[in-house]
Design a protein around this ligand. Structure first.
Ligand code: 3HB
Length: 328
């Protein structure tokens, strides 16, 4: 073969390699509702950076925090059409559409953050993700989470009974609405970005929230009574649009799945690590603390169970998995 032929073959091979690289290169968009300082947003940025590095610069992920692309209901629609590629979502909107996910919000399903982490890492919880492609047209890569739920209020609350008749901010989803309705309060659905102003202008008397957001979003500046109840865990799920997923090569699927999963896992780790110290940090502030446990919510829990044991067939299995976690 002549040198010229060699050169031609080499050049063609290079062009082919380059064009296959460019054909696969993607500019992904990832949406989430949390503001920049939140651990979920940090994890999304870290995932974006690592995907770019590990794909040798081919893939880019633009992260849109703080509801820039719309609330979760709007993002779910965009994921369904493929207008949005990826998202880190609370289970809230998903549980509105696939009720089995509502079981993850059973009051006192777990007692603390370590049990929440272990339950979300269980096979039972992982199997729930298999419902996402059929149920909402998304691929569920894995769970993250935020801290356990507490109640922060403008006026002192001696026990959960004192929340009766109070306007109480909730994340917009049905299981939590049913819980506070059963308790006799007036649940007011408000996405996270609107909470500070709603507390400041008196639109709500109290909020359902985790230690982390109370601290980083400074909600304690507007309400300084904290009911430490640990009444629910708060899972998050990392998803890819089913339409977008189908277009990815097998290698890209593996890369996206592996990297996103590892960053979701580290979100769980970080919330586990900081929960106790954040509680101490809040206790050290000038706020009044009351504690409540399962027994103080007993009637509301019974009523919740009556509704959700019918709605979410997964509840029994999840309770069993939670019992396994508690026993281990
Ligand atoms: C919420 O209270 O709605 C919320 C809290 C988080 C993260 C996302 C949503 O820590």
């Amino acid at each position: 073969m002549t040198t010229l032929k060699h050169l031609l073959i080499a050049a063609t091979a290079t062009t082919l390699a380059l064009s296959s690289l460019t054909a696969q290169a993607r500019d992904f968009r990832l949406g989430l509702i949390t503001p920049p300082p939140h651990i979920w947003t940090q994890a999304a940025n870290d995932f974006a950076q690592e995907l770019n590095e590990k794909s040798a610069g081919q893939h880019k992920v633009a992260v849109f925090p703080a509801q820039q692309l719309g609330n979760e209901a709007q993002m779910v629609q965009q994921l369904q059409t493929g207008a949005l590629d990826m998202a880190f979502l609370t289970i809230a909107e998903i549980s509105n559409r696939v009720p089995d996910f509502g079981a993850l919000y059973a009051p006192y399903l777990v007692d603390d953050i370590d049990q929440a982490a272990a339950l979300l890492r269980s096979d039972t919880a992982t199997r729930l993700l298999d419902q996402l492609p059929g149920g909402v047209g998304m691929v569920g890569i894995g769970y993250g989470m935020a801290g356990m739920r507490q109640v922060l209020s403008r006026e002192a609350v001696a026990s959960p009974a004192a929340l009766q008749g109070k306007k109480l901010r909730i994340t917009p989803f049905e299981p939590i609405r049913d819980f506070y309705t059963a308790l006799g309060s007036a649940p007011t659905p408000l996405p996270l970005p609107g909470v500070y102003d709603a507390l400041a202008n008196g639109q709500v008397d109290a909020i359902d929230m985790d230690f982390d957001s109370i601290l980083i979003l400074k909600f304690y500046e507007r309400a300084n009574n904290l009911l430490i109840s640990n009444h629910m865990m708060f899972p998050m799920v990392g998803v890819v649009s089913g339409r977008v997923w189908r277009e990815l090569s097998a290698d890209d699927k593996t890369l996206v799945r592996t990297l996103m999963k590892s960053h979701l896992d580290s979100v769980i780790d970080r919330f586990q690590q900081q929960e106790k110290s954040q509680e101490q940090e809040l206790r050290a502030l000038d706020i009044q603390i009351t504690e409540a446990d399962r027994s103080t919510f007993a009637d509301a829990i019974d009523s919740w169970e009556a509704t959700w044991s019918k709605k979410a067939g997964s509840l029994g299995d999840l309770r069993q998995a939670a019992a396994d976690v508690k026993g281990s």
